[in-house]
Design a protein around this ligand. Structure first.
Ligand code: SF4
Length: 241
């Protein structure tokens, strides 16, 4: 069974989101035999280069940034043994309606904050396609098969170039854009051009239908004018988590 859509309040504003109020947590050391896990669930990858594919999401707890628009809850995590995480991924993969989900998306919070090397190695060895979604500020040596989607965040003083080790592994860069936030109006050069990395433009979800419609129109214009890909958070349109 697919997990049902998240519970929304009457205003349509999801109440269990971070919105920049999360503690900033530094990178963790360790052998990766246990991880802080927020949730593991079956859904559809709604964003970026694999949008539309059935996927098991492993959402890890904690983030090293605190973005004021962040609409994800990642602070009510539990420490789980790695083998329990792997078993759950395999169980959920088999529950995909059409055929087992071949894609595992490791996200957060910031997934590279935790020692996920063993998690990635095991999933790759089991034949999964592994994609990580990162803010691009932390690097770890992961198997070469792992696909990296980097979504840089504006520090308040603009975007910094993505660190070179992360950039060398990045398969796609995703920018969140809003016609209302000056910090998120433009697509910055963070290293994508010299490395020919495809850029995806995703309208910010401001939990306001009027603003969201304006953001979609803005993102569409930006994508079509500049030759970027448009990413529309397909899972939300489909009512999935
Ligand atoms: S980097 Fe991502 S997960 Fe972390 S606070 Fe910002 S938007 Fe949320």
């Amino acid at each position: 069974m697919l997990k049902t859509a998240p519970d929304l309040s009457i205003s349509g504003f999801q109440t269990d989101t971070m919105l920049g109020k999360n503690p900033i947590r530094p990178p963790m050391q360790g052998d990766g035999l246990a991880l802080d896990v927020q949730d593991i669930f079956l859904t559809v990858q709604g964003e970026g280069p694999r949008a539309g594919e059935a996927a098991v999401f492993v959402r890890l707890g904690g983030c090293n940034l605190a973005c004021d628009f962040c609409d994800t809850e990642f602070e009510s995590f539990t420490t789980r043994p790695l083998d329990v995480v792997i078993t759950r991924v395999e169980e959920l993969s088999k529950q995909a309606p059409e055929k087992p989900a071949a894609l595992v998306v490791i996200t957060g919070g910031e997934p590279l904050r935790q020692p996920i090397e063993r998690l990635c190695e095991t999933l790759v060895a089991k034949g999964f396609t592994v994609q990580i979604e990162t803010n691009g500020t932390i690097y770890r040596t992961l198997p070469p098969q792992v696909e990296w989607v980097c979504s840089p965040k504006n520090s308040g003083k603009g975007y910094k170039p993505i660190r070179l080790d992360v950039l060398s592994r990045t398969n796609a860069i995703k920018f969140i854009v809003s016609s209302h936030h000056t910090l998120y109006r433009e697509v910055a050069e963070v290293g994508q051009s010299g490395n020919r990395i495809p850029v995806y433009i995703q309208p910010m979800d401001e939990h306001d239908s009027q603003k969201n419609a304006e953001n979609v129109a803005y993102a569409r214009t930006l994508a079509q004018t500049k030759g970027y890909h448009l990413s529309l958070q397909m899972h939300k349109i489909m009512g999935m988590p």
